[in-house]
Design a protein around this ligand. Structure first.
Ligand SMILES: NC(=O)C1=CN([C@@H]2O[C@H](COP(=O)(O)OP(=O)(O)OC[C@H]3O[C@@H](n4cnc5c(N)ncnc54)[C@H](O)[C@@H]3O)[C@@H](O)[C@H]2O)[C@@H](O)CC1
Ligand SMILES: Nc1ncnc2c1ncn2[C@@H]1O[C@H](COP(=O)(O)OP(=O)(O)OP(=O)(O)O)[C@@H](O)[C@H]1O
Length: 636
């Protein structure tokens, strides 16, 4: 996918993340580690960044990385001192930490105290000599990020006079310490440098008390800075929230305008209707046949207007405004697709170009696969590849690994799930993954569920999309908080899994005559996480609206279809969130788009496979159909 291109000198978050992903690649890190001269490495970094659609010079990349490292170290220093309250100073703290923590040479404490410029540069073997005099200029030249949290900290360091009144002469080396009461000096000195300098002096002079006082005041100055920084960020958050609710309000008004236009229009007009932008009130958007069937039939009301779509605002029993659309069942499967959601799915699919390198279109991880279940993680992982991911990793138990490998040479299989340091082993790979699917064939052993839980936590910290299915949902049923409120999380329960989860949260059985209400309720209770209730129609919700996907499947319900669904969803979730970050889709929840795309694809595969194999259709047959089904749905 073409990401947004460089905006002048400013580094956007997407661009910075892309840079960090490239910089964190093992070959780049190895090249930096082993070479004092690194210009060729940054040339490679800039080239890879260029392939992702961001035009930067090697020097800009190098300077940006250097700046990010400094912010990280500063935040880390703060972390060590004040239990993480300085975390926010480095926007990309987690990803930096994951990359740098694997590099033994980097000891932030040591660098802060001793290393100075040379120490820091030596970490990457950067060619530039000395950092201090030039850094400020370089940053402003290259337009460091738009956010103050991204800018060189020395610019923002508050002016706190440090009143050390006397000039002290030290006998052993005759050098003198001139204490600073100079505000402009402290305003342009980073805490790092203050710490370096003060601690060096402390080592040189016996005036411990004086120096302690100096250090204490220096630390207070830092505290002040970080407090100010936190306040600034809170103010920024409030501003964004206000902006968001203003936009929402506008959208709601627009929605009402559209609906009143559409209801006053003659219903026989067979023009495609555009749905109004989503409002906060529950919305049902259903792509369904004109005849009703099964437990979800209450979602639709047969309309006399076939071959057209109509929209109306209804008052539901909960008195919320409900937006409904009807579609007639046409002969071609596309005709029953929701004409608003399908283009969104299409738009998040990255184009295939010769400029890309392996991995760019998706590196997906599957947590699952144990002695009893080897098929499920295989189905999920191979489906991810067939949908278009470049690399698919399976993290399974030792005894499942060889079996899974034997199914396919395409998969990268890690036999770590039951190892004593499973979480660390998996954590090593997380910086490289674009999304994670947790649960297919995981089993329900406590130790495996505990590992899955910790891995989920780590993924959340990295802001990686997570799809939870099968035994992963068992874990969520026991501990909903593991994923509650995580907006990049998607749950894909079948009927049984949904029932268990609903009852665990509500402490009562759900009303099976009103699925739509139940899915909305459950999603809301889970903090508006995206939820897919699989069934005759798949109901997809984020607690504010419900999409219903009823692309024609077949009557065949062989095991493993859910794994095809979750593996595909992992890829689509990555694409949809990347597209959303790049501004390609707006005003819509990317997880909902991904979920709808995966459901439509699974059902289309089922239908195609059934046409060939009838009753003997298996999930492997469906997987064979992914390419064609994808093309029919999303590339026609
Ligand atoms: N080849 C494989 O390795 C496969 C492994 N699988 C794994 O098997 C493990 C257990 O999965 P299960 O799905 O069996 O979970 P459960 O052990 O919770 O069983 C769910 C049960 O609910 C039943 N059920 C499903 N939909 C229903 C409905 N609408 N109404 C009434 N009953 C319904 C099913 O027949 C099943 O017996 C998971 O780890 C899963 O990933 C499955 O993915 C299937 C394929
Ligand atoms: N009655 C149905 N009619 C049509 N399609 C269905 C039906 N039930 C499920 N599906 C499709 O199959 C997909 C998988 O759903 P299913 O209920 O089989 O999941 P599961 O039980 O979790 O699967 P698994 O066997 O992998 O554990 C759903 O996304 C849906 O698109």
């Amino acid at each position: 996918m073409q990401a947004t291109t460089t905006r002048g000198f400013l580094w956007s978050d997407v661009e910075t993340r892309t840079l960090l992903n490239i910089w964190g690649e093992q070959d780049i890190q190895t090249a930096l580690d082993g070479n004092f001269r690194n210009s060729f490495v940054y040339r490679d970094v800039a080239r890879r960044l260029g392939a992702m659609g961001f035009d930067r010079t090697p020097e800009q990349c190098r300077v940006r990385i250097k700046s990010l490292k400094r912010q990280f170290l500063l935040a880390k220093e703060g972390n060590l001192r004040n239990n993480g309250q300085y975390h926010k100073i480095s926007k990309f703290y987690d990803i930096m930490e994951s990359i740098l923590s694997s590099r033994a040479v980097l000891d932030p404490q040591e660098m802060m105290i001793e290393g100075g410029a040379a120490g820091e540069e030596a970490v990457d073997g950067l060619e530039e000599d000395g950092e201090d005099p030039h850094d400020h200029d370089v940053y402003s030249e290259t337009g460091e990020g738009p956010y103050p949290a991204e800018t060189e900290v020395k610019l923002e360091y508050p002016t706190v006079p440090i009143p050390i009144p006397v000039k002290v002469t030290v006998s052993n080396n005759n050098s003198s310490l001139k204490p600073h009461n100079n505000s402009s000096h402290s305003a342009t000195t980073t805490p790092v440098r203050a710490a370096k300098r003060t601690r060096k002096r402390r080592a040189n002079f016996p005036m411990e008390k004086l120096m302690e006082q100096f250090l204490e005041q220096s630390a207070q100055a830092e505290d002040g800075f970080y407090r100010m920084e936190e306040q600034r960020q809170q103010a920024e958050d409030r501003r964004r929230e206000a902006e968001h609710s203003r936009e929402l309000h506008m959208l709601q008004m627009l929605g009402q305008m559209f609906s009143s236009i559409s209801t006053s229009r003659p219903s026989s007009v067979a023009t495609p209707c555009k749905a109004p932008p989503a409002a906060r009130a529950p919305v049902i958007s259903s792509a369904s046949p004109s005849h009703t069937r099964g437990p979800f039939s209450h979602l639709r009301q047969p309309s006399p207007q076939t071959d057209c779509c109509s929209q109306k605002l209804l008052s539901s029993d909960t008195q919320a405004l409900v937006f409904e659309r009807y579609h007639s069942l046409g002969s071609a499967s596309q005709r029953i697709m929701d004409d608003d959601i399908l283009p969104l799915v299409k738009s998040v699919i990255p184009p295939l170009t010769s400029k890309k390198h392996k991995g760019q279109d998706g590196r997906i991880g599957i947590i699952g696969g144990c002695k009893d279940y080897t098929g499920a993680p295989y189905f999920a992982a191979i489906s991810a590849l067939k949908v278009g991911a470049d690399l698919s990793h399976v993290f399974c138990t030792k005894d499942a690994a060889t079996v899974i490998k034997s199914y396919s040479p395409e998969l990268i299989v890690h036999p770590v799930l039951d190892s004593p340091n499973a979480v660390e082993e998996i954590d090593k790979w997380l910086p490289r993954l674009h999304s994670l699917v947790v649960g297919p064939g995981l089993g329900r052993e406590d130790v495996l569920l505990r590992t899955a839980k910790e891995v989920i936590e780590k993924c959340k910290a990295r802001d990686i999309p997570i799809v939870i299915d099968a035994d992963g949902l068992w874990l969520v049923t026991q501990q909903p908080s593991v994923i509650q409120g995580y907006q990049k999380g998607i749950l894909t329960p079948n009927f049984m899994e949904f029932t268990r989860l609903y009852e665990a949260l509500h402490h009562e059985s759900f009303d099976s005559s009103d699925y739509q209400r139940s899915v909305l309720q459950l999603s809301a209770m889970m903090g508006n996480i995206t939820l897919v209730l699989k069934g005759e129609q798949d109901l997809i919700t984020d607690g504010s609206k419900v999409y219903s996907c009823s692309v024609v499947g077949s009557g065949r319900r062989c095991g493993g279809q859910g794994d095809l669904l979750s593996g595909s969803m992992g890829v689509l979730a990555h694409w949809a969130h990347a597209a959303s970050t790049a501004g390609i889709i707006r005003g819509v929840n990317p997880s909902m788009v991904a979920a709808f795309g995966a459901c439509a694809l699974t059902r289309q595969c089922n239908s195609q496979a059934f046409q060939h194999h009838g009753r003997s259709t298996t999930t492997s047959d469906m997987i064979q159909e992914i390419g064609l089904a994808f093309k029919k749905l999303f590339e026609s």
